[in-house]
Design a protein around this ligand. Sequence first.
Ligand SMILES: [Zn+2]
Length: 241
Amino acid sequence: MKKTLSPKSFKLKLKLFLTRIFDSKKYDTPCNICGNKIFFRGPNSRLSTTNQYPWCINCLSLERHRGLRLLWEKFPKDFLKSKIALQFSKEPTVDSEWFNKHVVSVYGGENSLDIQNIDFKNEVFDIVICNQVIEHVPDDKKAIKELLRVLKKDGFVQMSVPYPMQLAKTIDWGYPKESDHGHYRNYGKDINLLLDELVGKGCWKEIVVTDPVTIAQDYVYILCRSKNALLSILEQFKVSY
Ligand SMILES: [Zn+2]
């Protein structure tokens, strides 16, 4: 079947194509997802926090996707091969072929799921991936509880939110703020308290990932249902606790 581009994706590709003609940079370090070496400015013409062009013109990955990719690649492929994964929102971080089964939910589109009320039974998934999603939902506490509910006892959630280290305290507007990408809130360092409350102390871990192209850093969270499950997952990821 012929693949068709959604209007949004088409507009994005066209915009990127036009931008490419006038404003792109070639770097020595290739995109670790697709191998391309030419990059654009990011969305809204932004640069990375390290003043580099962050947007891969081929796979459309940004800093966070490539940093996360490095983390995921630490995971043994034969371990992932037996796993059933659920991912909220499409992004180029992981490859479907790594998993036994990979369910991707695109809100309002393919396999659309309400993250605050996930239409799956308890303990179905080995892995749940949720990057830059919970800032878009009204009830983030309910969403995090749901991510853990559909997770098997020995599984893990890999979650991230935009730039939590840039703010001391979370700002919550209580409505989707148009001028802030439609976010209900922007998380601050106090996301740690939220995770302690909802996931449990010692059951989650913050990991810093680095994009090999721009060297920009990002924060990633691994959430588990018990301390033992977390220790075992971190061992697989080769991350020390
Ligand atoms: Zn790429």
